[in-house]
Design a protein around this ligand. Structure first.
Ligand SMILES: Nc1nonc1C(=O)N1CCN(Cc2ccccn2)CC1
Length: 239
């Protein structure tokens, strides 16, 4: 898979590409992340990437020419990060991870010229109802979430325990020491009894989801075991 990111601030992506899981995945050529500097496609003397908005008003708008030129050099579905977009989530990440190549436009200022959106953008995506200083962090976040779904980037097992992978929130995690500051790790996790551990983890996932994100349970098919555990949880919570 290849992820292109069009940005005016390519340096913002150096740590993202060199460190940790994404860094290792790129070293192993499991995927490609191509950062495209929009400024290189500003052919005027002042390399102007933005200009004042027609109709007046505050802020600047990213000019169409550099974006059209930069988009000529890449392929795949074109995504534009914007507060006006559809909400990014794990389901959309899984869909986008099936693509051979995708291109993300990291917008800046008040946004990009609408003619780019109308003629070149396939999907406008928001990472949440808040306003950042630019589209680089949303682009990085989406690329990170999509890249970790590429085979080999993370161990298959951890992917399958992801929050949202099975439609539930993740269960609590513990590691050594078995007791710290008087707080003990749940006995079952030290028992070595895999079936009991699996059941405990499923029950904890269900409990967290029921308490924190009950909306995720709406319309979700519950297995026989999940129904039984959820009934236990409700009894224990007195609900
Ligand atoms: N929330 C978000 N989820 O995706 N992107 C954001 C986000 O806040 N920003 C900041 C503004 N940028 C520039 C912009 C684009 C369109 C309209 C106005 N401005 C985009 C990226």
């Amino acid at each position: 898979m290849k992820i292109n990111i069009l940005t005016l601030f390519p340096e913002m992506f150096s740590g993202f590409k060199s460190e940790s899981i994404i860094g290792k995945a790129l070293e192993k050529n499991l995927l490609e992340i191509n950062i495209v500097n929009i400024r290189e496609f500003c052919y005027d003397k002042h390399k102007q990437a933005d200009d004042m908005p027609f109709g007046g008003g505050a802020g600047m708008v990213m000019k169409p020419e550099p974006l059209f030129r930069a988009l000529e050099t890449v392929k795949g579905k074109v995504i534009y990060t914007t507060p006006q977009g559809v909400r990014f989530n794990q389901k959309l990440a899984i869909e986008l991870a099936q693509e051979e190549e995708i291109t993300i436009i990291a917008g800046h200022y008040e946004g990009i010229d609408e003619r780019v959106v109308e003629s070149k953008v396939d999907l406008e995506v928001s990472i949440g109802d808040f306003v950042l200083t630019g589209g680089e962090l949303p682009a990085m976040m989406m690329a990170d979430c999509i890249a970790r779904l590429v085979p080999g980037v993370i161990k298959k097992e951890s992917y399958e325990n992801d929050s949202f992978f099975n439609g539930l929130l993740d269960y609590p995690h513990y590691t050594r020491p078995a007791e710290y500051e008087g707080m003990k790790v749940p006995e079952v996790l030290l028992s070595g009894h895999h079936k009991n551990i699996e059941t405990w983890r499923l029950k904890e996932s269900l409990k967290r989801t029921y308490l924190r994100r009950r909306d995720l349970l709406v319309g979700r098919e519950l297995s026989k075991e999940e129904k039984k555990l959820l009934a236990e949880i409700k009894r224990e919570l007195g609900k």
